[in-house]
Write a protein that binds this ligand. Structure first.
Ligand SMILES: [Zn+2]
Length: 140
């Protein structure tokens, strides 16, 4: 992937210390997800304690990043002008094989080809040298 000058304002993580490992992994093109060491459940979004058993004892675990499109919409008229050049694009909720759901985009195919339950896999977009975003593409 090529890093081009990124003109949009970038979203900033709210809990920088909590999510720092996630963003560092993304820069390595690895997807890591919080997994509880007590009950074994994955959870998303990252937070201080497991939402399943309320344990504070969890760790980041690397996952393959494979899943399916849970639901999606094709954005043709973005609410925010910074995204005008990207339309049409797919805003989607992806259900990973680990059971969690992540908000992302589906890229790498025409928007009309995206379907509910379509197999997808993670891909990474190096938007700046400091920031890599995770997105999903049709599974190979
Ligand atoms: Zn737990």
């Amino acid at each position: 992937m090529t890093v081009t000058e990124y003109a949009k304002p970038l979203p900033a993580p709210l809990h920088r210390e909590l999510t720092k490992p996630f963003w560092e992994a993304a820069q390595r093109h690895e997807l890591i997800i919080p997994r509880c060491k007590r009950c074994g459940e994955f959870f998303w979004y990252p937070r201080e304690l497991c939402p399943h058993c309320l344990s504070f004892d969890w760790e980041w675990q690397r996952v393959q990043g494979k899943g399916r499109v849970y639901t999606f919409t094709i954005v043709r008229q973005p609410q925010y002008p910074a995204f005008n050049a990207d339309v049409p694009y797919v805003f989607a909720i992806i259900q990973l094989n680990e059971g969690i759901r992540m908000v992302s985009n589906v890229v790498g195919c025409p928007v009309e080809e995206v379907k509910v339950d379509m197999p997808v896999e993670v891909t990474f977009d190096d938007v700046t040298p400091e920031c890599t975003l995770f997105k999903f593409k049709p599974a190979s």
